[in-house]
Design a binder for this molecule. Structure first.
Ligand SMILES: *Cc1c(COP(=O)(O)O)cnc(C)c1O
Length: 378
């Protein structure tokens, strides 16, 4: 298969990048290399490139090469979870550095910054990045990293990635976009960010059966080298089997994300006209405040949506209790549809309204999902 991935389309890259027919056996599906250690040459060198699995492993290398090709990056580093990836990025900064993060960032990311890394003297301002002037206002001389997330969690706020990346670039600040909710359909590196971040636990894995995280670098620069060092020195690395599963998930990622998006658009349209629904948050809806920006930077609007039930927390809990096809569970990006009362999982300090339900729209038939919600909302 050609190694010039720019010559082929994303579906083709997804199937072939990071993958070779096994030269030893001809196996078409990649073998899983469980070995923790690799043979040295007689001269004491490692000509085949692998020494010890915390440092590198054939399955991890395949995953990193594959995802990097898919995102058109220079390099990627895979970790045991999305949060381990975020840890590595923040740990690559220094005490006294300042971070700007989106106010509606993933709850775990916010907690990492406002709790754990505060003790390590990393200062963070959380701003609503859908307001560009708010971003400019909190820039400081010691600002080192800017963390976007779009669509955000769970309110599906839209950040103008190109505009915020430009503000960061002008100020000499590293920009990262958490693209977990919109792989394939949104390409942050092309929009100008320095890094794209994914919790591969979600759409990349795609079947709710593997945890992982990955960061893709536009340039293999000093900062990325620090992240790489933290990866193999810190050791929060994914297992070979986890890497294999995520890379397998990538093969169907473009098709799945398209189907998730088509289903979610139908469910959002249905919910938007329902008398017992107060409000629907889906960037594909014309009524969504971020719709125009979303249209500019996304080719489809993704599989995630939230809605508020009329009647507050109690009504929302009742809807979630009544669904039969939607499973009440956290997380997202799997083939099965999930529904979640977000405020009660996030606990004190949540930005989620009490009447809000977050849905990860799966790959079931959209009419079955709509009929399930119809019963639950009746
Ligand atoms: C799940 C998620 C994370 C965290 O990833 P884990 O794999 O659970 O550690 C980060 N950002 C977003 C947007 C997520 O949905």
């Amino acid at each position: 298969m050609t190694k010039d991935w720019r010559k082929v389309r994303v579906e083709t890259v997804a199937v072939h990048a990071g993958h070779e027919i096994d030269p030893a056996t001809g196996a078409v599906a990649a073998p899983i290399h469980l070995s923790t250690t690799f043979q040295r040459d007689v001269e004491g060198t490692y000509s085949r490139g692998f020494m010890y699995s915390r440092n590198d492993n054939p399955n991890r290398k395949a995953l990193e090469d594959g995802v990097s090709a898919l995102e058109d990056g220079a390099a990627a580093a895979a970790f045991g979870s999305g949060m381990a990836t975020a840890m590595a990025l923040f740990a690559a900064l220094a005490p006294g550095d300042h971070v700007i993060a989106h106010v509606d960032a993933y709850y775990g990311t916010s907690r990492l910054l406002s709790d754990l890394f505060l003790r390590w003297k990393l200062e963070t301002d959380f701003v609503d990045m859908s307001d560009l002037s708010a971003v400019e206002k909190v820039l400081r001389p010691n600002t080192k990293l800017l963390w976007m997330e779009t669509p955000s969690n769970p309110l599906l706020k839209i950040v103008d990635v190109a505009a915020v990346a430009q503000i960061a670039r002008k100020a000499g600040v590293i920009s990262v976009c958490d693209n977990t909710w919109a792989p394939i359909i949104q390409r942050p590196l092309e929009l100008g960010t320095d890094f794209t971040f994914h919790s591969s636990t979600k759409y990349f894995g795609g079947h709710c059966d593997v945890m992982g995280g990955i960061v893709i670098a536009k340039r293999n620069d000093d900062f990325f080298e620090r992240v790489r060092t933290i990866q193999y020195t810190g050791g929060a690395v994914p297992s070979p089997f986890d890497c294999w599963l995520v890379l397998r998930g990538m093969k169907t990622l473009p098709l799945r994300v398209r189907a998730h998006s088509e289903n979610a658009a139908k469910v959002a349209d249905y919910l938007a006209q329902h008398r017992n629904v107060e409000r629907v948050y889906y960037p594909g809806l014309k009524s969504h405040p971020g719709h125009e920006v979303a249209k500019k930077q996304m080719s489809m609007f993704g599989g995630m949506l939230s809605f508020e039930a009329k009647g507050g927390r109690e009504a929302a809990m009742e809807v979630a209790a009544k669904t039969e096809i939607f499973t009440r569970a956290t997380s997202l990006g799997g083939v099965e549809s999930l529904i979640e009362h977000r405020a009660s999982i996030e606990g004190p300090g949540t930005t989620s309204p009490e009447s809000l339900l977050r849905c990860s729209i799966g790959l079931e038939h959209p009419d079955d999902l709509i009929e399930d919600l119809e019963r639950a909302l009746a």
